[in-house]
Design a protein around this ligand. Sequence first.
Ligand SMILES: [Zn+2]
Length: 599
Amino acid sequence: MSEMTRKEQKKENCWAIEDLYATDGDWEKDYSQLAGQMKNFESYKGKLGNSGETLLAAFQEMDLLKCNMEKLYVYANQRYHEDTGNHKYQELSARASRLEMELGHELSFFEPEIMEISVDRLESFYESVPELTKYKRKIQECLRMKPHILSKEMEEILAQTQEMGNAPQNIFSMFQNADLTFGRIVVDGKEMELTQGNFVRILENKDRNVRKQAFTQVYAKYKEFQNTLAAAYSGNLAKDMFYAKVRKYPSCLDMELSRGNIPREVYTRLIEAVHRKLPAMYDYVEMRKKLLGVDQIHMYDVYVPIVDKVEKEIPFEEAKEIVKEGLAILGEDYVELLEQGFSQRWIDIYENKGKRGGAYSWGAYGTHPYVLLNYQGNLNHVFTLAHEMGHALHSYYSDHAQPYTYAGYFIFVAEVASTCNEALLIHHMLKNAQDDKEKAYLLNYFLDQFKGTVYRQTMFAEFEMLAHEKAEKGEGITAQLLEDIYYELNKKYFGDGMVSDPEIAMEWARIPHFYTPFYVYQYATGFSAAIAISNKIINGEPGIVEAYKKFLSGGSSMDCIDLLKICGVDMTSTEPVENALQVFEERLAEFKEIMERNM
Ligand SMILES: [Zn+2]
């Protein structure tokens, strides 16, 4: 934890927050103005179908409101993140959230009313008001949902079920975060509380007994409450089935995928492709076993580092140069934008007391993107910089090419630009690595990401699919059933070379993401798509850099699947995932060779 206060930070190391609002007073002015404008929007209620002119005016007004809201929200929260202990900005952020909720309420009549307008009538609107065609995709997206929208009265009742529907997730989250304790443990000679927060870190401990102890202790605790946890998850499955049924979807999976118009094959092909490449994972397990020098490898040996840290200190000035060189392959214009971001203070670089942890890229339409870092000068943080600048430039390209309506991008493609940057940087750094130690470190970093993103998230995705299928078939969801599904998957994904300790069957109960159904697969697909694209770039495929920038500029102006097709990546086939995992195999072979040479 840094002892430096926010005030002590040098201006050149802080993001140019003034580019959003020069003063808090300006924010207040906009806030009052928006609160007033919002109320006026009601005048469109019941009139959207009157004429093309009215519909266009309403769309434009709505964009304006949302765009202003975004700016208010982002400023208040970025200010808050600079020092979360600052009461003034705590309040500003809370006010922004309230106003955003009110805005949502004011706009809630909009989509149902559009669904009421007949297709013929809409066609005549486009003819008489050509400018309205800008919103055609928005309107079509709305109409796509129409078969799943119920009568007004039914929708009102459904809206009132939301809090009940959130109960399973709330119960789980309260249980896990507030009630569940794991007792005490001795780590490196010090006795401490074993917590959710330090569990994975303790699994990285060099002392195998410590790892085993933590592993046993945590899962024994989950096992103790297995029936409660299964009941909570079963409640969540029941909620999904309820909404899928009343909204007339064939299954829960179909309902979740329909939000982004993602074909079902994308989900199933991902699982198929990963299954086909499981031998590479088995190979990895074998190598880990050898490097750890153990006769048997257990589930508590999965996180302990197998390569030494590269203790090189990398000042931020150098990190910027490394990232620029690594991404030079994307062309001068890309590097110029990176430079612009570095020199015009898009980035909040160092930590200070109260600053939000981690890293992110964020921003508001109409202003440049921002990046929050807590830069510590190690190699991992250089990758974080490349990753977040990937997000930032994705936003920059989309914001400049698209109107507000289509500038934002979906989660499905969100991690493509960031991962692609990391892959390009790794490739560049491997080429220039000084010695085997550095190479091993880089390769291991890359392999870890593959393991955690493609293999692990796909296993999660398969678990969710199987659990939902069982529930949809009317099977009783018991603790035993969930444990069996999870245990079998774990065995399948790690192979016979791994001792699948019985405790691991309870891991499903520890994953908060399972309460956001069919979400995690996107980490695996996004990562795979990024690797596929970065490979094309590295191999110098003609036209790929231009195509990639078209993708970056696409925002949400097309379906995610079509956006990726611009780069020749078809996620409805197994090819991109298999190609990505082939990169895993190749990198693994390189890694093995280096490690064996130095053993
Ligand atoms: Zn990211």
